[in-house]
Design a protein around this ligand. Structure first.
Ligand SMILES: *Cc1c(COP(=O)(O)O)cnc(C)c1O
Length: 499
């Protein structure tokens, strides 16, 4: 320090080797042991992190270390400083949001993906990454009984995105550009898009990112008497009114399994409306789509043959770890037309011969991970039979919880259960006004979550504040659902006594 000597200082540490295979083997084995121990003891941690905002800074040094630290020390600090600040999504007592499901197979697939670190933007950059993804997307399409028009073996194709948000954005831009081609770029302000008041919030964000005017994003109201599904009649009326006003309907997002209450929009009649107005119909089945590999749930995708695109996030209910969203499109050339790039430094013979898929033209970014490995390992390691069993087992546990609610007159189911999410509330009708029922349920949620023994979340549909009990964390067994119900009842006892 302070020396005027311009020579670079010698490393005080000897040769620096960021990837030494033997060192890797040793530390990776330690990490696997750490992970297995974590999974084994995960139940002992409060499922919802109990730390206060800003907890971490005082625990860690103010600057990065100048000299290397031993791996053992770092792992110890993960245990000591990081784990307390984790909300344990893999805890069997996690019933919040939708579960983010996992499996040994997907973890190992992720290890292999990370191992190769291929940046497969085009076919040549790793032919296997592109070709396996195409095959796995067709496999998934067949499991879901999608028509050939969504498969590479037919006339469409699929791509793996990180999230639904990207899937919606990419298809929306394809639909937008198709429209602009006929109405002219200057008329982008006339483009109107449609969804329901239950459509995921990421839809509005994607619309804004795609340059759709916020005043042209229609959010069609839903009501309790259709279980909060999107009314084709209202969509038609909205489109008709927009056309009359000189606007141009372009995109409709329907949802199979809404985030608040797993409502299912009726695809067939919505597709009719979309066809009549030349509108791109996208189906967001982020959560519930996975259930459609079981014949008894496939009906929810009836009408999909008339949609333009479908997205489904295996990272929710298909055991794949984040991040993994499957997107199928009927007309990949529209996607490619809107999103392709062709810089000199990526030019190559296979791409120019048009004989390959270059996935960079199907997504937002250029670089992409070899995500297909994860899904491929899940499909091969478990087989469709086990995956169907997995879905049914979650549904069975949710049905059990629904039964508990139905058997206790102080509680009620607010929206009929379709999948593994139970929407309920405490409603001791005689003693409470509307406003105080909401307050009571807010208190109940806070009471339960503050114990660290269960984590649930809430929503509001049709003006009703309700509690969401989403069954399906991979490690959840019957006993966890039973214990959660016991805790919820205890909370109700305490709150009702107090009031
Ligand atoms: C969870 C969810 C999303 C957001 O999904 P990501 O893939 O995490 O972006 C979108 N739509 C629905 C219906 C969802 O349930």
């Amino acid at each position: 320090m302070g020396s005027l000597d311009s020579k670079l200082p010698e490393s005080p540490l000897g040769e620096f080797q960021p990837l030494d295979p033997e060192e890797f083997r040793k530390q990776a084995h330690q990490t696997v042991d750490f992970i297995a121990d974590y999974y084994k003891s995960i139940e002992t941690y409060p499922v919802l992190s109990q730390v206060e905002p800003g907890y971490l800074r005082p625990r860690l040094p103010e600057t990065a270390p100048y000299k290397p630290e031993p791996f053992e020390t770092i792992l110890k600090d993960v245990q000591k400083d990081i784990i307390p600040g984790m909300t344990h999504w893999l805890s069997p007592n996690f019933f919040a949001y939708f579960p983010a499901t996992v499996s040994t197979a997907a973890f190992l697939g992720e290890m292999l993906c990370t191992c190769f670190n291929s940046v497969g933007f085009n076919w040549l950059a790793s032919p296997a990454a592109t070709e396996l993804e195409m095959i796995v997307m067709d496999w998934m399409a067949k499991m879901l009984k999608l028509p050939k028009s969504f498969m590479f073996s037919g006339t469409g194709g699929g791509v793996m995105q990180g999230t639904t948000s990207e899937a919606i954005l990419c298809t929306l831009i394809a639909a937008r550009d198709r429209a602009l081609e006929s109405i002219g770029q200057e008329n982008i302000g006339k483009i109107v898009v449609y969804g329901s008041d239950q459509t995921h919030s990421t839809y509005t964000k994607a619309c804004k990112l795609a340059g759709i005017l916020p005043c042209n994003i229609r959010s069609i109201p839903t009501t309790a008497d259709t279980d909060f599904s999107l009314s084709p009649k209202l969509v038609r009326m909205a489109m008709e009114a927009d056309v009359e006003a000189g606007l141009v309907p372009v995109y409709l997002c329907a949802t199979v399994g809404t985030t608040s209450s797993t409502a299912v929009d009726p695809l067939k009649p919505l597709a009719h409306v979309a066809t009549d107005y030349g509108v791109w119909l996208h189906v967001d089945a982020a959560y519930a789509g996975s259930a459609c590999i079981c014949p008894e749930f496939r009906q929810y995708l009836d009408g999909i043959e008339r949609a333009d695109s479908l997205s489904l996030s295996p990272h929710k209910w298909f055991l794949t770890y984040l991040d993994c969203c499957c997107l199928w499109v009927k007309n990949p050339s529209l996607l490619v037309k809107a999103l392709s790039t062709n810089p000199e430094y990526l030019k190559n013979k296979p791409s120019e011969s048009n004989s390959v898929v270059d996935y960079k033209d199907w997504q937002v970014g250029t670089g992409r991970r070899f995500r297909a490995l994860r899904l491929w390992l899940v499909l091969r390691s478990y087989g469709v039979a086990n995956l169907q069993t997995h879905i049914r087992s979650d549904i069975r546990k949710a049905t059990m919880f629904e039964g508990f609610i139905n058997d206790d007159p102080r509680f009620e189911i607010v929206v009929p259960r379709r999948f593994a999410l139970v929407c309920f509330r405490l409603n001791p009708r005689t003693r409470f006004e509307k406003g105080s029922t909401e307050l009571l349920n807010r208190k109940l949620l806070e009471w339960v979550n503050s114990t660290g023994r269960v984590y649930m979340t809430h929503t509001i549909v049709g003006g009703v504040y309700l509690l969401r009990f989403a069954v399906g964390a991979t490690l959840t067994e019957d006993r966890h659902v039973i214990a959660a119900w016991k805790l919820i009842k205890e909370a109700a006892d305490a709150l009702l006594k107090e009031s």
